[in-house]
Design a protein around this ligand. Structure first.
Ligand code: IPM
Ligand code: MN
Length: 353
């Protein structure tokens, strides 16, 4: 027995610029694996808009069972200009999140040194928090109906489903994460208790029940609108934020902007008891596809998160430290303005490992 870990990593490059940024991530993976001393094999899946157009198939159930048996999934981007919005998002991305029970969407909001932020006078020490977004329920459950569709009396109903089990496992995860993080040990529940009095009443009760088991953690509550305000005005107030699927979707786009943009923002869809999936959170960026101008750092940061989750902490840190060196060398993190090409940035990360 060699004692060297050998991982099986599923790769779904997906649409648009997905394949370009995933290529750079795989380049970094190869380099970091030899330095950190682990082995891996990748299994490539061509799911996405092109395959859907060719075959009509988005994600066969057999693939879900295959993916379930691997150690992690590395995803590029989902969304194709010729495919009606919603089809691939629901059929691929959301289907994976739901069927693999990736109930946490983890989105670090961290400003690296030298990175431009639109927030005046804010520095890396001020912008360093994590959003724990519930990833399987809420408005994303897709429940609802039309009444009198197409008539003047039409009503569209969209239901937010929040189960106690779903809320509990999410809130518990957030408390655990807060206690492991070496920061202010503060967990903020972001909700809307003043208006959405069913959903957020449940969240609030669960939050304060679980808080009793974590005496060292300061609890805090902010309405989602106020959260947006504080993220811009006083981002240093946050350590960990926990919220539902829809609010988490919205505030993490704001988070991505204050940490320097979609060029750097990464996220993980976690099933702490199963297989997790990591992705840059920006979309497929059709405008930049095939031009070698998209920023691969978000995908590379997603790889760093992936390695941390499967237990390769050292490799994960090596990548993050290299990214920190590379961000100071780029003119901007925006596509086409980096002063380097996509592959050039990937090479820089490899060189600085
Ligand atoms: C995200 C995306 C997805 C979401 C879309 C593409 C379905 O915006 O990962 O944040 O809404 O969750
Ligand atoms: Mn989103």
């Amino acid at each position: 027995m060699s004692g060297v870990n050998n991982y099986k990593i599923s790769v779904i490059p997906g649409d648009g610029t997905g394949p370009e940024v995933i290529n750079e991530g795989l380049k970094v993976l190869e380099a970091v694996s030899s330095k950190a001393g682990f082995k891996y094999e990748t299994v490539n899946y061509d799911f996405g808009g092109e395959r859907y157009k060719r075959t009509g198939e988005i994600l066969p159930d057999s693939a879900i069972e295959e993916l379930r048996k691997t150690d992690a999934i590395y995803l590029g981007a989902v969304g194709h200009p010729d495919v009606k919005p919603g089809i691939l998002e629901k059929g691929l991305l959301l289907k994976l999140r739901f069927s693999l029970e990736q109930y946490i969407n983890l989105r670090p909001v961290k400003l690296y040194p030298g990175v431009w932020t639109p927030l005046k006078d804010k520095e890396p020490k001020d912008i360093d928090f994590v959003v724990v977004r519930e990833n399987n329920e809420g408005l994303y459950a897709g429940e609802g109906e039309f009444i009198n569709k197409g008539t003047k009396d039409e009503v569209a109903i969209q239901i937010s489903r929040n189960t106690r089990k779903g809320v509990e496992r999410c809130v518990k995860y957030a408390f655990e994460l807060t206690s492991k993080r070496n920061k202010a040990k503060k967990l903020t529940l972001c909700g809307k208790t003043n208006v959405l009095t069913y959903a957020w009443n449940l969240w609030e009760r669960v939050f304060y029940e679980i808080a009793k088991d974590y005496e060292d953690i300061k609890t805090d509550y902010a309405h989602v609108d106020a959260t947006c305000m504080w993220m811009v005005k006083n981002p240093e107030w946050f350590d960990v934020i926990v919220t539902d699927n829809m609010f988490g979707d919205i505030i993490t786009d704001l988070g991505a902007m204050i940490q320097g943009g979609m060029g750097i923002a990464a996220g993980g869809n976690l099933n702490p008891e199963g297989v997790s999936m990591f992705e840059p959170i920006g979309g497929s960026a059709p405008k930049y596809t095939g031009k070698n101008v998209i920023n691969p750092l978000a995908a590379i940061c997603a790889l760093s998160m992936l390695l941390k989750e499967i237990g390769e902490e050292k490799a994960s840190d090596m990548i993050e430290n290299s990214v920190i060196k590379v961000t100071t060398k780029l003119k901007s993190l925006a596509a086409g303005k980096m002063g380097y090409s996509t592959t050039g940035v990937g090479d820089l990360v490899v060189k600085n490992l």
